[in-house]
Write a protein that binds this ligand. Sequence first.
Ligand code: ZN
Length: 288
Amino acid sequence: MKLGMALLDGRASLVAACDDGVVPLAAASSVPLPADVLGVLAGGDEAMLACLRALAFAARPENAALRRPMAPLLAPLVPGKILGVGRNYADHAKEVGGPALAAPRIFLKPGSSVCGPGAAVRIPPAVTKPDWEAELAVVIGTPARDVEAGNALLHVAGYTALNDVSAREFQFDQPLPMTSFAKGLDGFCPIGPWLVTADEVGEPFDIEVVCRLNGDEVQRGNTRDLIHSVPALIAYLSRYMTLQPGDVIATGTPAGSGHFRKPPRYLRSGDALEIEVARIGTLQHTIA
Ligand code: ZN
């Protein structure tokens, strides 16, 4: 199931994707549903099952009135915490340089950085080196604390796409890096278009991640090349922080960000980005 939030009749509504558009799930459900995706995750199996039932009900031929044409989508959720992982693809680690790292390099992005599909990300005039990072994002479904890697995927609700937008001057032009700040500015975390449930995605070990800038491919990677796999990341993080339903792990970006190009290519007003993650969909947004 592809779960998301859509703007319908001027209101943010919990929806699921169907063949010809979206199903506003509240109208198709026989039981009350949470108002948003985060609520569904907090509601556990019962809430997820109610969503599946509502989607199946709306899919019946006689219930076409419950289906709506494709509507503008919003961020599927605003996570309690977004954990990012630096240098997690070998080709990207090489272009960044620096020492080899045994443990994942973690930073945080705040909820205030989240925006949705179609957003125009505003770059503060003082920022001179805004950059892109296409990533697979893992969405936690059940609380995870001290989880073994072998059981880690049981805690995953699903996956989405994410652009880990980064103001490079705060990472690389400061006496000491300010990574979370560089990646935490307003709108610097477009996510979506959908939360695709784990049953539909399958295992996250062979998922293509592509970034296109104004139609040109600038990044292409595959999660088979992750240095720290999705289960390894969950196991590592859960030793130190309880991962809660709706928390997001941005798993890192492959080579090809603008800062590491020769010459560098930073984002500018009017740029159009597409973050395409196989089996998830394409997250599109622009730069204002
Ligand atoms: Zn990143």
